[in-house]
Design a protein around this ligand. Structure first.
Ligand code: ATP
Length: 192
């Protein structure tokens, strides 16, 4: 049996509060990032989202260049943000022939973005298609943010079902369109 796909590491440089080149390695099981308020914990999650092609919606930024280290009293601003996400792909979750997949993204202050698959430049469209094939693109539950667990627990069963379907990659059409007469979903309210 092959190991399930998982995140092995994250390399960031010039990204938000990470001016220095920083490597975060994730071991097996659950990892916790611990630190005082404002120390950059959420910036790591932002870096992950960003490497997966996120364009701004959930990155807590006003302009795309806000992703780049903006400078401090001790260290001047940088011209480029660079993130690489390292994934164990032994089970071929992503349909490419690499056992370890590196997804990279760079943004220059000029506004130019580079997307990299194992150091080769690819188009954003190609990256999105690749992630889509593994249900990693546009999955609203890929990142469970603060407060979302409480919200999920407070849902009614028929509201919780689409959540599980999306996480499992079984979603697609709104529940109301897939509901069969007599099925539980037939009574579900339309999703927005
Ligand atoms: P909390 O626990 O309060 O949510 P946190 O540990 O998650 O905090 P983040 O929100 O990840 O912290 O980091 C916030 C810090 O990142 C702030 O100090 C902010 O100034 C800094 N920061 C964000 N973007 C940039 C940037 N482009 N350049 C420099 N610093 C930045």
């Amino acid at each position: 049996m092959t190991a399930p796909a998982r995140l092995l590491g994250l390399r960031v440089q010039g990204v938000k509060s990470f001016a220095e080149r920083t490597l975060v390695e994730f071991g097996p099981g659950i990892s916790a990032v611990v630190g005082p308020n404002g120390s950059g914990k959420s910036n790591l999650a932002d870096a992950l989202r960003w490497a997966l092609g996120e364009q701004g919606r959930s990155l807590r930024i006003r302009r795309s260049e806000d992703v780049i280290w903006a400078g401090s009293e001790k260290r001047s601003a940088l011209g480029m943000a660079d993130v690489t996400l390292v994934l164990d792909n032994a089970d071929a979750l992503l349909p490419v022939e690499f056992a370890v997949v590196e997804l990279g993204r760079r943004l220059y202050r000029s506004g130019e973005n580079d997307y990299l698959l194992n150091r080769q430049r690819v188009r954003l469209r190609d990256l999105q298609d690749l992630l889509d094939s593994a249900n990693l693109a546009d999955n609203a539950f890929l990142f469970i943010g603060q407060g979302m667990v409480d919200q999920a627990l407070a849902l009614r069963p028929e509201e919780r079902r689409p959540l599980f379907e999306e996480v499992a990659g079984a979603g697609g059409e709104p529940v109301s369109q897939r509901a069969m007469p007599g099925s539980d979903a037939a009574d579900a309210p339309p999703t927005s």
